[in-house]
Design a protein around this ligand. Structure first.
Ligand code: GDD
Length: 356
């Protein structure tokens, strides 16, 4: 047993549930924080966590700095993982103020609470920074690459990133940024393109009358890894002998189009692309049926063109390397979505968090 106590904000999300399960297996006492009321959180949390003796759920919001300060006082955590965020890049263009409050000032609230706390410097603080910080900077991107954020989501995360660095340097806090590239899993919400494609492919192939799957920018390239590898990386960042900032990613990049091809191939269908830009479609290469159509309404005002990690620093200093491949990810997501489509979502979430 580690005997350590961890506090995870944003515990109901893909990373929060997997990290909580990972830390419980390491013998931690885990407090999971989210803005949901307990009943709503219960619907989002896998029963594996809810039934665990060393897990407790707490309702609360990172935009309330005094609440965070009292929480640190009461729980005396050894580690804080700040995963709470407005995590939808497209939506941030519609809600820039709320995004800045949560993704920017929410992080400052944690840092101020730690600075003012007697034992604040002894608490290890992890900030969920993002490869979105790199924006349109040329790939591959490392810790040394200048940031070029392209969305209100990313500009708010940039403020948070530098606040973490500043509080570390000014006040000696143990505060680290994990600059994580896209990471997905069977627990990913269909608001994100990978899960949307997986669920959409199963739906569209389920019946001849089904509408084609509608997607936005097919040319965007992302470095997609498996979330299980990334929650392990978050923990490794906080167990490092000193606070620092680390890029985590696979080093490989694929377009949205290539991700769709891989998913349909996993389902036994080869796609044939036709047309360009807003008129591009993908047909079933055998039947000719239209399975995917581009919808310009899904284009973002500005999109990040290509993310590809150079995670050499994490490999050298933390010994972190992703264990799951792109093919593992696609296969896991497709299999889980097939089980879920047959009514086994709770089973999928539990299997996922326990495997993380
Ligand atoms: N969501 C979505 N839906 N994205 C689409 C679609 C669609 O129908 N069609 C094309 N895309 C493109 C987007 O324009 C983007 O270029 C790419 O697919 C990936 O979009 P998302 O899956 O929404 O993820 P993201 O890259 O914007 O952000 C994710 O990764 C970041 C790390 O790089 C999120 O998890 C962020 O919270 C995270 O910080």
């Amino acid at each position: 047993m580690s005997g350590l106590t961890a506090l995870i904000s944003g515990v109901c999300g893909q990373d929060g549930t997997a990290l909580a399960a990972f830390l419980l297996r390491k013998g931690y006492r885990v407090y999971g924080l989210a803005r949901w009321e307990p009943e709503a959180a219960e619907a989002r949390l896998p029963s594996y966590l809810l039934q665990h003796d060393c897990f407790s759920f707490l309702s609360g919001d990172v935009t309330d700095g005094l609440f965070l300060a009292r929480l640190i006082d009461r729980l005396a955590p050894d580690e804080i993982y700040n995963l709470a965020a407005m995590s939808h890049v497209a939506e941030s263009f519609e809600t820039p103020m709320a995004t800045a409050q949560i993704n920017g000032l929410g992080v400052l609230n944690w840092l101020e609470a730690l600075r003012l706390h007697d034992a604040g410097a002894a608490v290890r603080f992890y900030q969920a920074s993002s490869s979105e910080l790199f924006g349109d900077a040329p790939a591959p991107q490392s810790e040394a690459t200048p940031f070029r954020p392209c969305s209100p989501y990313a500009t708010a995360k940039l403020f948070a990133y530098w606040s973490v660095v500043n509080y570390r340097e000014a006040y000696g806090l143990f505060a680290s940024n994990g600059i994580l590239f896209n990471h997905e899993s069977p627990a990913r919400s269909p608001d994100f393109v990978t899960s949307k494609i997986v669920q959409g492919a199963i739906r569209v192939l389920s019946g001849r009358g089904a509408e084609p799957l509608r997607l936005g920018n097919l040319d965007a390239c992302r470095d997609w890894g498996h979330a299980a590898d990334y929650v392990r990386g978050m923990w490794m960042i906080l167990r490092h002998d000193r606070a620092d900032d680390f890029v985590l990613g696979t080093g490989r990049t694929h377009s949205v189009r290539a991700f769709a091809e891989a998913v349909f191939a996993e389902l036994g269908v080869r796609l044939l692309w036709q047309g360009e830009g807003a008129r591009e479609i993908a047909r079933d290469a055998v039947s000719g049926r239209v399975l995917i159509a581009v919808d310009p309404a899904l284009f973002r005002p500005v999109d990040v063109p290509c993310l590809q990690a150079d995670a050499a620093k994490a490999a050298a200093q933390l010994g972190w390397r992703p264990e799951k491949t792109f093919s593992d990810l696609v296969r896991d997501m497709v299999r889980a979505a097939q089980v879920s489509a047959e009514g086994g979502q709770e089973c999928v979430s539990n299997v996922y968090v326990q495997a993380a």
